[in-house]
Design a protein around this ligand. Structure first.
Ligand SMILES: NC(=O)c1ccc[n+]([C@@H]2O[C@H](COP(=O)([O-])OP(=O)(O)OC[C@H]3O[C@@H](n4cnc5c(N)ncnc54)[C@H](OP(=O)(O)O)[C@@H]3O)[C@@H](O)[C@H]2O)c1
Length: 266
C-alpha cells in the first residue's frame, strides 16, 4: 500500500532511541526525508549511521537539539527548511516520565515536568507552523501516554501534565484545521525502549536476578497489560506513520491508544 509519504519532509524529536528511532526508520522506508534530533550527540550520531546503513538511498540528517531550548529548536527547523524547503510532518516524541507520588514531588520537580511536557511541543510546533501553512498543510503527531486519561498515583506529575497535552492537542486540531494541519496523539502504555533499559539496569544493579525478558514479563503482569507483554517501539511507530500518511487525511484531534489494551476507560 502506498502511504503517500514519498519525499515528504519529517522531523522526529527524540529520534536517537526507542520509539523516535523506530519511527524515523519506517518513514525512511516509505521514502520520506527525515531529520532526527536529541541532546546526546554520540547516541544521535550512532543512530544516524544506523539509519544511513539500513536505508542507503534515503535522505536523513541529524542535529543535536534540546527541544526545551527555543533557539536550538529554531536552528534545527532552519536546517531542515534550508535543506528540503520546509516541514510536512512533525513527530513530537522527545521526553521521559517521572516516577513520584504527590508528596514526593517538589516544586522544582513539578516545574520541570510541566516544562518538559508542554514546551517539548510548544517550541517545535511554533517553529514548523509557518512552513506547514505555506506548504498547504501538514501533520503533527504528539507521543503521549495512557496516563493522560488514566492517571497513576506514582506518576502524579507526569499524569497531570499528560492530560494537559491531550487538551492542547485537541485545541490545536481546531485552531489549525483551516490550514489543513492535522494534529493527533498516540497514547502509549508500556513500551520497550531506552527508559526501560535504564530501569532494568537499575533493577540488575540492585541485585535483581531475572533476565531482561523475564523482568519485562513480570513488569507487564504487574501492570495488568491485557496483551500480557510490553510493546515494541516499532508497534508504536507503525501507528505514528499511519497518522502521518495520506490515508489519515480526515483524522484530526484524535488520540489513539497503542497500549496492549491497558486503558480501562470507554
Ligand atoms: N517507553 C514507554 O513505556 C513510554 C510510556 C509512555 C510515554 N512514553 C513517551 O514516549 C516518548 C519516547 O520515549 P521512548 O520510550 O522511546 O524513550 P527513549 O528510548 O528514552 O527515547 C527518548 C528520546 O528522546 C530524547 N530526548 C529526551 N529529552 C530530550 C530533550 N529535552 N530534547 C531532545 N531530545 C530529548 C532522547 O535522547 P537524549 O536523552 O540524548 O536527548 C531519546 O532520543 C517519550 O516522550 C516518553 O515519555 C514512553
Amino acid at each position: 500500500m502506498d502511504l503517500g509519504l514519498k519525499d515528504k519532509v519529517a522531523l522526529v524529536t527524540g529520534g536517537s532511541s526507542g520509539i523516535g528511532f523506530a519511527t524515523a526508520g519506517l518513514l525512511l522506508g516509505e521514502g520520506a526525508k527525515v531529520a532526527i534530533c536529541a541532546r546526546g550527540e554520540e547516541r544521535l550520531q550512532t543512530a544516524l549511521l544506523q539509519l544511513q546503513a539500513e536505508y542507503v538511498e534515503a535522505e536523513v540528517i541529524a542535529q543535536p537539539c534540546d527541544v526545551l531550548d527555543e533557539k536550538q529548536v529554531a536552528a534545527l527547523v532552519e536546517t531542515v527548511t534550508g535543506r528540503w524547503g520546509g516541514v510536512d510532518i512533525l513527530i513530537n516524541n522527545a521526553g521521559r516520565g517521572r516516577q513520584t507520588t504527590f508528596m514526593e514531588t517538589t516544586d522544582a520537580a513539578w516545574r520541570e515536568e510541566l516544562n518538559l511536557k508542554f514546551f517539548s511541543l510548544i517550541y517545535p510546533i511554533r517553529a514548523v507552523y509557518p512552513s506547514m501553512k505555506e506548504r498547504g498543510g501538514g501533520r503533527i503527531i504528539n507521543v503521549n501516554a495512557v496516563l493522560s486519561r488514566q492517571p497513576e498515583p506514582h506518576m502524579v506529575a507526569t499524569s497531570s501534565a499528560r492530560s494537559g497535552v491531550l487538551n492542547l492537542t485537541k485545541s490545536l486540531s481546531t485552531e489549525f484545521a483551516p490550514d489543513n494541519i492535522l494534529v493527533n496523539s498516540i497514547n502509549i502504555g508500556t513500551v520497550k525502549s531506552g527508559q526501560w533499559k535504564a530501569r532494568f539496569e537499575k533493577y540488575s544493579q540492585g541485585g535483581g536476578t531475572m533476565t531482561e525478558e523475564e523482568w519485562l514479563h513480570s513488569e507487564a503482569a504487574k501492570r495488568g497489560i491485557p496483551l500480557g507483554r510490553v510493546g515494541e517501539p516499532e508497534e508504536v511507530a507503525h501507528a505514528i506513520v499511519f497518522l502521518a500518511s495520506a490515508g489519515a487525511s480526515y483524522i484530526t484531534g484524535a488520540s489513539l491508544d497503542v497500549a496492549g489494551g491497558t486503558g480501562r476507560y470507554v
